[in-house]
Design a protein around this ligand. Sequence first.
Ligand code: TYM
Length: 335
Amino acid sequence: MENTAEKKNVVLSFVQSSGTPTIANYFGAFKNWHGMAVENDCIFGVADLHAITVRNTPADLRRRSQEMYAWLLALGLEPEKNIVFLQSHVPEHSQLAWILNCYTQFGEASRMTQFKDKSRQHADNVNVGLFTYPILMAADILLYQADQVPVGEDQKQHLEIARDIAERFNGIYGETFRVPAPYIGKKGGRILSLQEPEKKMSKSDPNVKAFVSLTDADDVIVKKIKSAVTDSEACVRYAETKPGVNNLMTIYSCCTGKDFDAIEAEFAGKGYGDFKAAVAEALVEELRPVRSEFERILKDKAYIEQCARTGAERAEAIARRTVRKVMKKVGFYQV
Ligand code: TYM
């Protein structure tokens, strides 16, 4: 298990540029990325190709992709040491995805719950890209021979299909891809909607009160936490029947490092008003430095462009090697 100086784990993950990132992305993924970025060789990307599985206006997509990239820089992911880039800048992603399409069964892709959910949400645009989305994601991961993929729980099924595709390909052609493992943090792997705590928090939720976005001002964060749906028991305790309270306890725990027993003890005999005020304050303190770093970086367009260009060049050097190997194994005539 120990990392050696020669061989470090390759850690990889992406975020879609489908909206402003939320605290769900932050606690479910970004915080773990940051923690892993010090010890490992990491590759982090903005999944802008995935973002076009739903309709965007071109100017919005461009702005959101640039901003999402700036968020990755603001997280302190060290672009000089790690590779931080945009997916569409490296054509090998689409290239490998096509090949992997041919090694994925229609039936297994049909079982993806995210495809079923998104088909319901966007019933007027159930495009084939939405269906093959997990295969592009498998290409993202397998191109870089990733060992570990830090994600939230909602991506676990996509990781499983990436593993199945890798194993299937390796079974036919011999060892080609490293089989990746998901890494899901002990807490924060599933942050729920503040308004409907039976469903996950999502950056594309039409109800803006359902999520806290990383650009929300301090007073907006306080308001959103205060209006979070809880229950009528007025007792801060973790229980299956209390998804709204559990969610706020999780957020508080992610911010403070306190476990649920300590949180229950802290708020024993107090009502939800005190509890929500504490959660909001902890969240404001947690997000303020990242947001101000983001605002600083976003002003420096030349720095963003330079990092994105260098990141893409370094990513492509690795991706090209994998695609060449795959094409040779499959039997393409190469000259
Ligand atoms: P995306 O953009 O939806 O989310 C980015 C990361 O945030 C996590 N996340 C959550 N974690 C906890 N609670 C939630 N409610 C929550 N919502 C989102 C996600 O699990 C993810 O880790 N398909 C991916 C992007 C992607 C990718 C990849 C990820 C494309 N290629 C390769 C890993 C490896 C997605 O849409 O994430």
